[in-house]
Design a protein around this ligand. Structure first.
Ligand SMILES: [Zn+2]
Length: 178
């Protein structure tokens, strides 16, 4: 007998993020709940929401990194954080590309930091701080008196939708600057 359910297949297969009263954040996918991977930068003690501090910055960064998956790794430098400009064309190349394509070893002296990322991570402060103020700071924060956090849940699609709007805004900014 087929299992009947009110949820659509899409809802069942979707990834959700969930904040809990103890301040922890989990990823729910295919009926499995796991902690959101914590890439420590602003707040070693954990996440926050409902205000604009370092805990919310940490949550904004980790949520975007998880939701973007492979796109959170900088494609310019291939996640390495360093690049070389092709002496012939001025095009930025990853170290791996340079090793393959540049025959003359002189390029090893011309390695510079990649301008498109932060240590190989494409989720740069400008992006996740904007996400923090747009979304994370607006979630309901600590509950009165109890000291517990107000729980929330958010589909991954909402994070990705914000990201697409952000990219559009960034492109418009660039073209407005001419
Ligand atoms: Zn990069």
């Amino acid at each position: 007998m087929p299992v009947t359910t009110n949820a659509t297949e899409e809802q069942l297969l979707a990834t959700w993020y969930s904040g809990h009263t103890d301040g922890s954040v989990t990823v729910i996918r295919a009926f499995t709940e796991t902690p959101l991977p914590h890439h420590v930068k602003h707040s070693p003690t954990g996440y926050g929401w409902g205000y604009g501090g370092s805990g919310p910055a940490e949550l904004a960064r980790c949520l975007l990194m998880h939701a973007l998956g492979d796109d959170a790794r900088c494609h310019t430098c291939d996640g390495d954080g360093r690049i070389v400009y092709d002496p012939a064309t001025g095009r930025p190349m990853s170290i791996g590309e340079a090793e393959c394509e540049l025959e003359n070893g002189d390029w090893t002296n011309a390695v510079v930091n990649c301008m498109d990322c932060e240590d190989g991570c494409a989720v740069v402060p400008r992006m996740y701080q904007t996400f923090k103020f747009d979304v994370i700071a607006k979630l309901p924060g600590q509950m009165d008196a109890t000291g517990e956090m107000t729980p929330w849940s958010m589909p991954q699609s909402e994070v990705l939708e914000w990201y697409r709007r952000y990219q559009r805004r960034e492109r418009e900014d660039v073209s407005n600057r001419g």
